[in-house]
Design a protein around this ligand. Structure first.
Ligand code: CMP
Length: 138
């Protein structure tokens, strides 16, 4: 059934001028872009977004990284979007990502991994609402 998921093109990718190439790959794989914007997060915004990771040892470095440069946030729509997007981007660390996945192709390491994707339907709804008003989603 039709689903929406939140995609983020992370600072490592925006800084290497990979935005257009990544968006093209998403569209070529059947994802419809129904909302999109560029933002630079402040610490409070990044911590709120990643609240579920607040106890993790990598949390502080993750927040610093996510605030280090602008990101591109988008809502993607497709049948089975949440799982299909995660399959397309691949494992968190590009060393573990399958051939043909976007992280395998573009990511630098397990932190600077070019893309974020919602990990569940429930989190997708929360993450979409974190960045977009209903009126901004087409
Ligand atoms: P993502 O899975 O989208 O959301 C959590 C993020 O934390 C992850 O991408 C990475 O950017 C970062 N991350 C995950 N594991 C590590 C790690 N071991 N060290 C540093 N950053 C990490």
């Amino acid at each position: 059934f039709m689903q929406q998921t939140l995609s983020i093109i992370k600072p490592d990718a925006t800084q290497r001028q990979l935005v257009g190439e990544i968006l093209a790959r998403l569209e070529q794989n059947g994802f419809r872009i129904v909302a999109i914007k560029m933002v630079q997060l402040n610490q409070e915004q990044a911590e709120g977004f990643y609240i579920e990771h607040r106890e993790k040892p990598f949390f502080a470095r993750l927040i610093e990284f996510m605030c280090s440069a602008p990101i591109v946030v988008a809502v993607l729509e497709k049948q089975n979007a949440v799982q299909d997007y995660r399959t397309l981007i691949g494992a968190t660390d590009p060393k573990n990502a399958a051939e043909g996945t976007l992280r395998k192709e573009f990511a630098i390491d397990g932190r600077q991994n070019s893309l974020h994707g919602s990990d569940s339907i429930e989190n997708a709804a929360r993450e979409i609402a974190y960045f977009f008003a209903d009126s901004e989603i087409f």
